[in-house]
Design a protein around this ligand. Structure first.
Ligand SMILES: Nc1ncnc2c1ncn2[C@@H]1O[C@H](COP(=O)(O)OP(=O)(O)O)[C@@H](O)[C@H]1O
Ligand SMILES: O=P(O)(O)OC[C@H](O)CO
Length: 501
């Protein structure tokens, strides 16, 4: 049967999506479903890995049913995923031994403090490109082995497997036959040596993690295996592309050349700049990470990871209940000229780049008797733009490259007021593409390249289209005055919580 589509599975922090792309990168169908977030203690975040699998399977079935395609028309499947989120399962039963510990979870801050006290910062940064932080998978695996009764013994006997969500989904889709990940996901674990391209034995020793638990690491575009018909609607389809969602978005935005950058506004905000074969060491709180493995080589990126962005808008909706939908934030923020001097620092799970403060917590400052709900909503939206400026400044210094425009994507870029404020506060134009599902597109493209559905990067870059360009319209004086206020607010949020959180 003629192969007409590539299927992307986008396993995000709050939802699973299945998206069908045709040869021209048009979206031919989308199915999406949210799954449960567990917050067992302050600062802790968990997912049920079995629920993620059943949700992902459900949206695949829904997409196939509503588009009425024959699954045999699917040339390949590409997987992209929330990164770092850690699941450990029993190799024999296929059952997770604990809930997945989510990238946002702060429970391992104490383990990180110990590693830092042992003076391992510089060495770990050199080997992994990362900073010691509860964000990454390594300390989460250690926590599970230390806290689930019998886990360490089982791991020692080779009976446990570790995976990020790509690895878990491939394991499920192949009926437990394939245990793999790709370079981009491996580079987020704190256990992978991004220079030597291997699991780092010294770090594994420090964390007490046996290498037998870890998946095989492969390029981001290759055939990893085929689906087990029992797990995929009765069909065997090649799984041929994998990338962490932020690297997939970089690929989906066609940022193929060194110096090209994108910023994704989802649950968090993640700015990545392609640095090609060069491995830049950040002096300003950014991460060095693997963009992808492709065409027989690995390419690197500089990354600024912001933990809370769209999640702050969700908090306005579900926590404060001052809006009914995320889109309402634009309506209410538009009712006021500015925040009236209010700043909201959404350090709900500490602060990531460029501050890396696990003990920071959220604050609202500058309140007066005149402050209204609209000011607080506007301050929340503004915080996404200020955090992005923090990261962009660090990136320009580290890379020596002055960005001419910022490519954006992710759910929150639908907000025009936010995008205009972003351009204003950066003093740099902001470009929104026609297709903002760039994460899924990147995964689909990586998979399609592996099976010859697309000829190469040139064909993919040619299909890139802009929706709107936001030009900076704020005076230099106002931009810098507002930003100084933000920097001051951040200092008030820092070092707030106790270390055991
Ligand atoms: N119009 C909007 N204004 C501001 N934020 C929005 C808007 N629409 C969606 N969001 C935010 O975007 C996020 C969803 O984006 P998405 O890219 O799907 O995230 P993720 O992949 O992290 O789950 C949510 O956190 C939501 O609050
Ligand atoms: O699922 P998202 O879009 O919130 O992305 C999460 C990141 O991959 C975390 O590193």
């Amino acid at each position: 049967m003629q192969k007409k589509y590539v299927l992307a599975l986008d396993q995000g922090t709050t939802s699973c999506r299945a998206i069908l792309f045709d040869k021209y990168n048009n979206i031919r169908g989308v199915a999406q479903k949210e799954f449960t977030q567990y917050y067992p203690k302050p600062g802790w975040v968990e997912h049920d890995a079995q629920e993620i699998w059943s949700t992902q399977y459900g949206v695949i079935a829904e997409l196939v049913a509503k588009t009425n395609i024959n699954p045999e028309e699917i040339a390949a499947i590409g997987i992209t995923n929330q990164r770092e989120t850690t699941v450990v399962w029993d190799k024999n039963t296929g059952q997770p031994i604990y809930n997945a510990i989510v990238w946002q979870c702060r429970r391992t801050a104490g383990i990180c403090d110990e590693l830092k006290a042992r003076g391992l910062d510089a060495e770990i940064r050199y080997r992994t490109g990362l900073v010691i932080d509860a964000y990454f998978s390594g300390t989460k695996v250690k926590w599970i082995l230390d806290n689930v009764p019998g886990a360490r013994e089982k791991a020692g006997r080779g009976e446990l497997l570790f995976g990020t969500m790509d690895t878990w989904l491939i394991w499920k889709l192949t009926g437990g036959r394939v245990h793999v990940t790709d370079y981009s996901n491996a580079s987020r674990t704190l256990m992978y040596n991004i220079r030597d391209l291997c699991w780092d034995e010294e770090i594994l020793k420090e964390l007490g993690i046996p290498v037998s638990m870890l998946p095989e690491v492969k390029p981001s575009s290759c055939v990893y295996g085929v689906t087990d018909p029992d797990q995929f609607l009765g069909y065997s389809i090649p799984i041929a592309g994998v990338a962490g969602d932020q690297q997939a978005a970089l690929f989906g935005q066609a940022c193929f050349e060194p110096g090209m950058a994108k910023n994704t506004y989802g649950t968090g905000c993640f700015m990545l700049m392609n640095t090609g074969a060069d491995l830049f060491e950040s002096k300003n709180g950014l991460l060095t990470t693997i963009a992808w493995g492709l065409d027989g080589k690995v390419e690197y990126a500089l990354e600024g990871s912001i933990f809370i962005a769209g999640a702050a808008i969700q908090w306005l909706r579900d926590g404060l209940r001052v809006i009914e939908s995320a889109a309402d934030s634009e309506y209410f923020a538009g009712k006021v000229e500015d925040t009236g001097g209010v700043y909201l620092v959404p350090a709900f799970v500490g602060l990531g780049a460029p501050y890396w403060d696990m003990k920071a917590r959220g604050i609202i400052v500058g309140l007066t008797r005149g402050t209204t709900k609209a000011h607080i909503i506007r301050a929340t939206l503004d915080s996404l733009a200020y955090q992005t400026r923090d990261v962009l400044e660090a990136m320009e210094v580290d890379s020596g490259i002055k960005l001419q425009a910022l490519k954006v994507d992710g759910g929150a870029v639908a907000n025009n007021l936010l995008m205009q404020f972003q351009a204003d506060i950066l003093g740099v134009p902001v470009e929104r593409p026609a297709v903002i599902e760039t994460t899924a597109r990147g995964a689909a493209n990586l998979a399609g390249l592996a099976v010859g559905f697309w000829s190469g990067k040139e064909e993919l870059a040619a299909g890139y289209q802009l929706d709107r360009r936001f030009e900076p319209a704020m005076s230099e004086e106002q931009r810098e005055r507002l930003y100084r206020g933000w920097k001051l607010a951040v200092t008030r949020a820092m070092d707030w919580a106790e270390s055991e959180q």
